[in-house]
Ligand binder design. Structure first.
Ligand SMILES: [Fe+2]
Length: 309
């Protein structure tokens, strides 16, 4: 696949310093000055936080292999009448439904240090004997390996989906009718999920960690500092299969630690599914809080969005 990953997101918030401090607690590393970004282990500077009167995703970066890929994206966007800005190293266009600027850019592929899953004991399989589980022996801070996906509210879900599939070149992995489509630009089950919403909105960003113990350890450390950050977890999604735990940043955006997401290497071997009801949300875990489906600041965001400049 010529598109191969998310590169960097630019998040706009009213409270930049507070929000940056939250993502530092979350395990991202402040980039060296003069850069203001925050870095993951495998993806480098993947989060930039800038000032915005209301919280929103300002820009989404997508990595492509070479200039031919940019030519194709430019042509596909123009074919569906989306205005495009082209440079030698990138293509930029705005999705009107989510109000996000998408920047497709030439970028190197991930080269993660392979991290084998720990040995788990199971009935008839004594994979770990005479030792305690590695997950309880870890004591360092949890460090997200990379940015995995973003979930966006769109005022026109169908148009946004068309922008990402027909325009940028994403593929649909699974669908929840009337609600959302899970789309990928890499071997991840999903990198972008668009939901119909009354306002353009950043619902959550998701950050890959090594395994379920890191999901639990990361969230536990965040809650030790501020229990009010808890949103939803621990659980396992049905669509995408990932373990998850969602927390809330000081601007109101949700951030997810995840591990063990489905991986689609061969398109021919993946059958996109249609999921209804609770399965569209999760397989097991506590029930999702109402604020996960409709963020508590939705009304305030709508008022702010419709205020004259
Ligand atoms: Fe997610």
């Amino acid at each position: 696949m010529p598109l191969h990953r998310l590169t960097q997101i630019v998040m706009g918030v009213p409270n930049v310093e507070q929000t940056a401090a939250y993502y530092t607690d979350f395990g991202l590393s402040p980039a060296a000055p003069p850069d203001l970004g925050l870095a993951t282990v495998d993806g480098g500077e993947q989060l930039r936080i800038v000032h915005s009167p209301r919280r929103r995703l300002v820009q989404l970066g997508i990595g492509a292999d070479d200039p031919d890929d940019l030519d194709r994206v430019e042509g596909s966007l123009r074919a569906i009448d989306v205005p495009v800005t082209r440079t030698a190293t990138g293509v930029r266009a705005v999705d009107p439904g989510t109000e996000v600027t998408v920047h497709v850019e030439i970028a190197g592929r991930y080269a993660p240090q392979p991290t084998p899953a720990p040995a788990y004991n199971a009935p008839g399989v004594d994979a770990r004997t005479g030792q305690r589980a590695p997950g309880i022996l870890r004591d360092g801070p949890v460090r997200p390996r990379r940015l995995g996906h973003v979930v966006l509210g769109s005022t026109d879900q169908e148009l946004s989906q068309k922008f990402f599939t027909d325009g940028i070149g994403f593929k649909v992995s699974d669908r929840v009718p009337g609600l959302a489509a899970f789309m990928r630009c890499s071997t991840d089950h999903h990198n972008v999920l668009i939901q119909q919403a009354p306002i353009a909105l950043l619902h959550h960003t998701a950050w890959q960690v090594d395994d379920v113990d890191e999901v639990g350890r990361g969230a536990t450390a965040m809650l030790e500092k501020d229990p009010g950050r808890h949103v939803w977890g621990l659980g396992r999604h049905h669509v995408g299969s990932n373990f998850f735990w969602y927390l809330k940043d000081p601007a109101g955006n949700f951030s997810e630690y995840y591990s063990d997401l489905d991986c689609i290497v061969d398109d021919a071997l993946w059958e996109p599914g249609v999921w209804e009801g609770a399965r569209g949300l999760y397989n097991w875990g506590p029930p999702p809080p109402p604020s996960f489906l409709a963020p508590e600041d939705l009304a305030a965001l709508m008022t702010a969005a419709h205020k004259p400049a």
